[in-house]
Ligand binder design. Sequence first.
Ligand SMILES: C[S@@+](CC[C@H](N)C(=O)[O-])C[C@H]1O[C@@H](n2cnc3c(N)ncnc32)[C@H](O)[C@@H]1O
Length: 190
Amino acid sequence: MSDKYYHTKESVEEYTQLAKGVNGSSLIEKLKIVLKPNSNLLELGSGSGTDWKILSETYNVTGSDNSNEFIQHLKSTFQHGNFEKLDAVSIETPEKFDGVFSNKVLHHLEDKELIASINRQSEILEEEGIICHSFWLGKGSEFFKGIFVKYHEEDELKHLFTKHFDIISIDKYAEFEDSDSILILARKKK
Ligand SMILES: C[S@@+](CC[C@H](N)C(=O)[O-])C[C@H]1O[C@@H](n2cnc3c(N)ncnc32)[C@H](O)[C@@H]1O
């Protein structure tokens, strides 16, 4: 078992406490404008399941994470939920979805991994499928609690996603401080 943050029982408990009161409801409201209720949605990096719970009020959501500890936590907290252990880069699932959502997950990927993830998301999406992802806004990268964190700028995200997706909107927003975050919503190209 990995001893990295997000992959131990202690770090999952700590993260769940730290993230209490933080959720992606305003992002999910934007998703709801473009993705119909009851659509099949894959959430990458569901973590403690705060966003999964909100999403599941509207969508048929499959939650996922690459941490066994988080998957165990999700399965025991939401016993009727559908959760799979998936890495956001390889997304090894035979299923197809109408949408893919993540909230502050893809910033843990190196550039090459993010490109691979975007390619794979396009493969697992139905025609005109929707993606909705949030990132920390800015330049450069750092390690936080031992895990890689990459900041992204608007033009860079546009450039990365436009190979497979038509951008619907790309908006800065405040998670903790003014314009510390950015949300991209896009539709798979025909
Ligand atoms: C900031 S949390 C996301 C919180 C989530 N939105 C919520 O509602 O609690 C980041 C999550 O991404 C997961 N993660 C990080 N890298 C990942 C990867 N390559 N594949 C899948 N999940 C990943 C972590 O295990 C963690 O659960």
